[in-house]
Design a protein around this ligand. Structure first.
Ligand SMILES: *[C@@H]1O[C@H](CO)[C@@H](O)[C@H](O)[C@H]1NC(C)=O
Ligand SMILES: *[C@@H]1O[C@H](CO)[C@@H](O)[C@H](O)[C@H]1NC(C)=O
Ligand SMILES: *[C@@H]1O[C@H](CO)[C@@H](O)[C@H](O)[C@H]1NC(C)=O
Ligand SMILES: *[C@@H]1O[C@H](CO)[C@@H](O)[C@H](O)[C@H]1NC(C)=O
Ligand SMILES: *[C@@H]1O[C@H](CO)[C@@H](O)[C@H](O)[C@H]1NC(C)=O
Length: 532
């Protein structure tokens, strides 16, 4: 069911909705039609069925005490309903399609619900005493929703003005084509009952509705929900929308994730769905923590998706065309010569002349003028938290020999863990193989199996996880290292339980994973490397 919304906002909601969905849904919805270029093409994507949304909005609300008495389902469930009635307040009426909710089984239903909140909640999406109806959603996919002016006016200044202000509407039906029915019901449910039921596929539309009707508590809940579901794979899409919502904190959070986890963010499917303007803003970003070859690849991925959206054959020429000036934001000459030769130079995206000039630029004394930016991105500067005040070595320790060194830590601000600094040999140059891991409650969040060479000094040597991993505040994690070498190694002493690194405070605790003596006081894993 292709939806052709007249309203930009409605389409954008769809767009976002799409990105917070599960991967299966994501794949199914890939058939996009031609878009006019201005609106992000993902907006063409078919949303999850409204029925499904409704089901999510009212989990377990199938049978209630106030419902259509003509429905057979209800007659067969009467007993159960009566039981429910005594145990807990019955949930609100079920389906949008089934709006004849005014047949109340008991003419004394009020007495079964001792609190105002319960009684009021029963009136949510209920025709009983309704004095206003909303036709919500785009034409063709709209729903008729009954409501009570008083309740709405008490919950929102916009509704107050609408019903009781100087310009109050006298209509008994109000059309709201730009709000999604599911989102409108979440808004109403909150106004009737204080309950907030957010889901990944409705949260953006709900944020839009909460802002439109000036219901800040609900808007805040939406932003919190988005912030916690923010990941590398949806950060770019969310960024493209957060400006629309004027939520600077959300925008800021998006940038933090995009910067630190730039490779994951730019290589995600979501990145291919952003609009041209967001593409340019992201590719211009100075602080992306990324290899330029990956930026180039991600821009090409986007161009392929854009060709599809515009119904163009996927040719190098068309890819260039849809990229426009975005191509010249990629800092091609800052790649290594090898990266350029193996990647961009063979992509057919650059003209022969450009390729030729870039090769000359790498090697010739007289460098040709290039259209691409020549300075490397600043990226992010890794910070190091050093937990020991001194280090030492002795003739009988430290030997690693494949035992696990582990330490538990927590931070007071969200960070991105990038790697560990480790001690090396105390007897001259030596090579170590090392397996590092970051775990939370036994779950491996990041690891790497790598090697490092130490030079006999008491310096630390950095080993990195494959990608920086987000570490939540006030939560304990385990980091561990398993090293193997015959050499004696340095070890740390005078360890601290609390270490301040810039704006972040680390707390350390011993981990029972540690089998070779590493703890808060001393041992290995002297440094945590992170981005903040
Ligand atoms: C229930 O059914 C009767 C007869 O089939 C009909 O007259 C009545 O309007 C219906 N009530 C509702 C609420 O649908
Ligand atoms: C509601 O009624 C339907 C249809 O009879 C039934 O399948 C379902 O189990 C009932 N749900 C509850 C919570 O009673
Ligand atoms: C760290 O590892 C130990 C041993 O496996 C475990 O008991 C502890 O719960 C872990 N801590 C966290 C925060 O996951
Ligand atoms: C492990 O880390 C090294 C750098 O320390 C990196 O080059 C390598 O790609 C990483 N391997 C994996 C599997 O992440
Ligand atoms: C670690 O284990 C090795 C034996 O595998 C031992 O020689 C060394 O002393 C241990 N280090 C500590 C600090 O317990």
């Amino acid at each position: 069911m292709p939806l052709s919304y007249g309203c930009l906002h409605g389409r954008i909601m769809k767009c976002l909705t799409f990105f917070l969905l599960l991967p299966e849904t994501l794949r199914q919805s890939k058939k996009s039609v031609k878009s006019n270029g201005k609106i992000p093409a993902c907006c063409e994507i078919v949303p999850p069925s409204l029925k499904k949304m409704a089901a999510e909005v009212y989990p377990g609300s199938a049978n209630t005490s106030i419902t259509n008495s003509n429905s057979t389902a209800v007659t067969t469930n009467t007993k159960k309903n009566a039981l429910q009635l005594q145990q807990s307040p019955p949930p609100p009426p079920p389906q949008l399609q089934n709006l004849n909710n005014n047949n109340i089984e008991s003419n004394n239903w009020q007495s079964f619900h001792p609190t105002l909140r319960e009684r009021n909640a029963l009136m949510f999406n209920n025709e009983l005493m309704a004095d206003i109806y909303f036709i919500v959603g785009p034409p063709g996919a709209s729903k008729r929703v009954p409501a009570h002016k008083y309740v709405l006016a008490v919950g929102s200044s916009v509704f107050y003005a609408m019903f009781y202000g100087d310009l109050a509407e006298v209509k008994s039906e109000i059309h709201i084509p730009d709000v999604e029915p599911a989102a409108f019901l979440i808004l109403l449910k909150y106004m009737y009952s204080d309950e907030i039921d957010l889901g990944a596929d409705t949260v953006l539309a709900t944020l839009y509705a909460a802002k439109k009707y000036i219901v800040p508590a609900l808007a805040k809940a939406c932003v919190n929900f988005l912030e916690t579901s923010l990941e590398a794979k949806n950060a770019c899409v969310l960024l493209s929308q957060s400006r629309l919502f004027e939520e600077p904190e959300l925008t800021q959070r998006c940038w933090e994730v995009i910067d630190a986890q730039a490779e994951l963010a730019l290589m995600s499917e979501g990145f291919c769905e952003i609009d041209q303007q967001t593409l340019e803003i992201i590719v211009t970003r100075e602080t992306l923590n990324i290899k330029e070859a990956v930026v180039f690849q991600s821009v090409i991925n986007w161009a392929v998706a854009e060709c599809r959206r515009q119904g163009l054959p996927i040719t190098p020429r068309n890819k260039r065309k849809v990229l426009g000036k975005a191509l010249y934001l990629v800092r091609v000459p800052t790649m290594t010569l090898e990266e350029f030769a193996d990647g961009a130079a063979q992509s057919d995206i650059l003209t022969l002349e450009e390729t030729h000039n870039i090769f000359l630029w790498y090697t010739a004394t007289n460098k040709p003028k290039l259209e691409f930016p020549l300075t490397k991105r600043k990226g992010l500067v890794p910070q190091k938290c050093h937990r020991f005040q001194s280090s030492a070595y002795r003739s009988n320790q430290w030997r690693y020999r494949g035992r696990c060194d582990s330490i538990q830590f927590a931070v007071d601000k969200r960070i991105f863990m990038a790697g560990l600094g480790l001690y090396g040999s105390s007897c001259g140059k030596a090579e170590y193989t090392v397996k590092i891991e970051l775990k939370r409650q036994g779950l491996v969040l990041a690891q790497n199996l790598t090697k490092f060479i130490s030079d006999g000094s008491s310096n630390t040597f950095s080993v990195w996880f494959e990608h920086p991993v987000q570490v939540e505040q006030d939560t304990f994690y385990n980091v561990s290292a398993i090293l193997d070498s015959n050499e004696l190694s340095y070890f740390g002493q005078e360890g601290m339980t609390e270490v301040q690194c810039g704006k972040v405070t680390f707390q350390f605790q011993c981990s029972s994973d540690s089998t070779n003596g590493t703890g808060v006081q001393g041992g290995q894993i002297p440094e945590l490397i992170f981005y903040a």
